[in-house]
Design a protein around this ligand. Sequence first.
Ligand code: F6R
Length: 369
Amino acid sequence: EKGGWSSFMAKEVSEEPEAVANTIRGRVHEGRVVIPELDGLDDLFADISRIVILGAGTAAYAGLVGKYAIEQWARIPVEVELAHEFRYRDPLVGPDTLVISISQSGETMDTLMAVKEAARLGARTLSICNTQGATIPRESDAIVYTHAGPEVAVASTKAFVAQITALYLFALHVARVRGTMGADDQAAQIEELSALPDKIRWVLDNEQERIEQLAHWMADTRSVLFLGRHVGYPIALEGALKLKELSYIHAEGFAAGELKHGPIALIEPGQPVFVVVPSPRGAQVLHSKVVSNIEEIRARGARVIAIAEAGDAAVLPSADEVLRIPLAAPLFEPILAVVPLHVFAMGLAEAKGLDVDQPRNLAKSVTVE
Ligand code: F6R
């Protein structure tokens, strides 16, 4: 089943381009996003005044990315919360709230219980799920499946990029229904989305070997930090989670703007720090602030590995390594920037001789609360 791959995870990372392409397929018609499964829900999307996204682990990080696109395109306020935190705090949701749950397996007990609680409180529920007929979609009012294909490795990889893709499609669908986005803009975003599979493939073809080499050199590292800002922040969290769960190395993800509020105290000579650099073609201020962060930590001896778009020369003077991603509109960068981080976590675990498909103490589907 692994084919010629060394692990299911290696196979599944290689399938990230198809996971995105297959999730888009059948949902774009004449330059507009039309998700057939959401047919008949136009009234609901016109009526809701807020969205709450729930999930656990990697799925929750996909939700954090999705918030930016939904708010920007569909102009609905979005909160993202860990399902297990939501469930036990008497949350304020009701008929004006759409609760979107995200789950690869569709069986995560924490997420299922949160969805049931939301429904009990009168919220409408939508499930973004990768497993046909699983419990969470069955308990939800509406379903948008991700089509990443079966994910066997415990660590979620191709499902993560598919979850962000589904959230973006959802945002475009709702933006069309609510009339918050012009036709040209909608068409431009669809073009960006559809270009992602080839761009992910570019990252794998051009950078995978170098990242694996880097991971090999770093096999004795005891701690790795990840920084990101805006949509790059959840990607920093995802990079850190994947590294801890696969390689058992201490890893933390931070919002780059938080650095001076505490985490910079952790920087000492030789400390590896991955930095997800926003495109200089997006908000210039975000790019220059993250470049300053790189300079600050470099001045304190950090070993900086930047993930930056092709051609961004501002990172060159202070980064020790630059991993390149192809040009994309800023909202689409997370789907590209996460690929080197998945490859790195896998490469480091392999360099340590660990089982990347079945990390210690973890189960693929967490069916207890
Ligand atoms: C991380 C990972 C977990 C899952 C989380 C939710 O690599 O796999 O953090 O993302 O347990 O699982 P699902 O998506 O099945 O609800």
